[in-house]
Ligand binder design. Sequence first.
Ligand SMILES: *[C@@H]1O[C@H](CO)[C@@H](O)[C@H](O)[C@H]1NC(C)=O
Ligand SMILES: *[C@@H]1O[C@H](CO)[C@@H](O)[C@H](O)[C@H]1NC(C)=O
Ligand SMILES: *[C@@H]1O[C@H](CO)[C@@H](O)[C@H](O)[C@H]1NC(C)=O
Ligand SMILES: *[C@@H]1O[C@H](CO)[C@@H](O)[C@H](O)[C@H]1NC(C)=O
Ligand SMILES: *[C@@H]1O[C@H](CO)[C@@H](O)[C@H](O)[C@H]1NC(C)=O
Ligand SMILES: *[C@@H]1O[C@H](CO)[C@@H](O)[C@H](O)[C@H]1NC(C)=O
Ligand SMILES: *[C@@H]1O[C@H](CO)[C@@H](O)[C@H](O)[C@H]1NC(C)=O
Ligand SMILES: *[C@@H]1O[C@H](CO)[C@@H](O)[C@H](O)[C@H]1NC(C)=O
Length: 537
Amino acid sequence: MKLLKLKSLLLFLSAVGRCAGQDALPDGPVDAVLGKNVTFHTIVEATDKFLTISWTFNGGTDLVPVVTVAPGGMTFGDGYEGRVRVNNTTGVLILGPLKATDSGDYSVSMVNMKGATKTGETTLRVLEPVSDVVIKSDVPEAVEFNSTVVLTCTAKGSFLKFSWTNGTTPIVSDGKRLTVKSEDTASNLTVAAVLRTDLLGPIYCKATNKLEMETSAPFNLSVSYGPEDIAMTATPSAEVVRKGSNITMSCSARSSPPASFQWYNRDLMLKETGPKLVLSNVGEKQSGNYSCKAFNAKTQRYASSSVARVTVTEAISGTTVTGPTATLIAGIHAANLTCQAAKGTVVRKAWMKDNKPLSPSNHIVISEDQSVVMIKAVEKEDNGEFTCQLSNAVNTDTASYKMVVNYGPESVTVTGEDAVEVNDPVSIQCSAISIPAATFTWKFNGTASAVKTSVFAIDKAIYKHTGTYTCEAHNAVTGLSRSESLKLSVKEEGALAEGLSDGAIAGIVIGIIIALALAIGAVIYFRRKQAVTESPY
Ligand SMILES: *[C@@H]1O[C@H](CO)[C@@H](O)[C@H](O)[C@H]1NC(C)=O
Ligand SMILES: *[C@@H]1O[C@H](CO)[C@@H](O)[C@H](O)[C@H]1NC(C)=O
Ligand SMILES: *[C@@H]1O[C@H](CO)[C@@H](O)[C@H](O)[C@H]1NC(C)=O
Ligand SMILES: *[C@@H]1O[C@H](CO)[C@@H](O)[C@H](O)[C@H]1NC(C)=O
Ligand SMILES: *[C@@H]1O[C@H](CO)[C@@H](O)[C@H](O)[C@H]1NC(C)=O
Ligand SMILES: *[C@@H]1O[C@H](CO)[C@@H](O)[C@H](O)[C@H]1NC(C)=O
Ligand SMILES: *[C@@H]1O[C@H](CO)[C@@H](O)[C@H](O)[C@H]1NC(C)=O
Ligand SMILES: *[C@@H]1O[C@H](CO)[C@@H](O)[C@H](O)[C@H]1NC(C)=O
């Protein structure tokens, strides 16, 4: 209607000259921001020379002249003086600062020297600037999976469009959890069953119109979640721990806000809270199955850890081996060895002899429970160190008993020359195996001598020294004695040095035979060689 009215008016106005059509202005509408200036461009030829240029505004009710340029000068419509500038060659109009009431239809009519008229019309839309873009949440906080959060973005301005981004990623309705709904001046982003990562982007809302764009401040909403991935560790991690040691248990869980922790031994709630449980100087009574429970007050959710089994065991100490204290004589005495610990629970017992495992034999019996080693009659082989090893899960304690079995003398041997020359020195040795060491006495031809050492020595032999030398070894503990003899003959000087022994004679004879054999062999060899070299002719 308005447009028709304006058109008829323009037709009327241009009735003076020839109508040149709607060719003075580019296609509209023209958008401009409130408070700023707008420029209406015109389409003119460089050759165009205009006598009059006339701009008119149709605010909806009346036609209002804006400005008219005529050879006599410019005339401004009511309220336009100071708000418009017009170029008298091109007709370009600058209007501003713009008010909301400047929105409407504008027309121009330009008459040139030849009386031809150019007209144009367009619409100005004065846009309110975009401002106050703000995100608000309908809830101050949210619980993961449970909460539905509605974020509302509001803004001031005309012809607004809204868009949402999470960081730099656009958020669009996914038909499931995320819904975006927009109106003229507000947009709602609805997040159903919110996830912890949904609103940490941070989230931005952008409001735009054709001319302007404004982004909201970054928005975060804390989403409570957890506890989850609860983990419990104990140090030391071994199930069995030594009595008196310190155990530290730690509990952790992914949770926002951080979870609180409660500790349990079996189903018994302990007074300790916090992520760490320290048990110092533990006793057997503190054995049990430990676990922790994490609780998030915001989500009202719990998580329970796995169970750490703890067994407190006292270490074995004060181990002793009890054995015979009286003197032991081989073949006569019996011996029992027993092993005991002063403290700790013994789980395993083992016996060693001289660092090798002790195995039962025909005369050693080890009781089934390894607690006693029984020897009915000790033997010389039983000499040595018996070690008892007591162990449990936390340690091994050992104790030893040194067994001394008295025996012998055995293997009495007398060594020395059986013949010497007069004036030669003589040394006859006597040895015996015995515990304790044997004492020695000597007899010559059955008569006791004064010699009490293992060696019977004579500086210079005389004929009278010929005879039988008897050594008697005696063990004072076993009370046993054993004798061995050696016959010595004292010969005249030179009797042993001269003359060859039967062995020497035999050796010489063999040597001569070998020499003869070699000589014969050599003769045969050379004869043959000679025969070969002479043969070809
Ligand atoms: C807007 O137009 C007015 C009047 O013509 C002028 O005084 C002012 O400087 C212009 N402002 C801008 C930003 O061009
Ligand atoms: C009018 O516009 C023309 C072309 O843009 C320019 O050369 C001329 O200076 C302008 N005149 C005035 C008075 O601004
Ligand atoms: C946005 O949500 C609010 C309530 O949070 C509601 O009043 C308003 O109508 C919603 N707007 C749209 C576009 O859904
Ligand atoms: C949003 O959260 C991120 C990550 O937690 C943080 O770096 C950023 O400072 C927060 N921004 C605001 C506005 O709270
Ligand atoms: C146990 O902790 C206490 C302090 O709480 C400390 O004095 C003690 O030495 C620790 N014991 C062991 C075995 O580490
Ligand atoms: C979350 O939802 C579950 C199941 O719908 C409900 O049992 C629980 O109470 C809710 N938690 C909170 C904190 O609202
Ligand atoms: C050794 O123990 C056995 C069995 O207990 C016992 O019969 C024997 O008399 C004990 N012998 C000694 C020497 O104690
Ligand atoms: C010792 O006995 C040997 C023979 O058994 C005898 O030849 C020798 O004369 C005796 N010597 C002495 C001093 O009796």
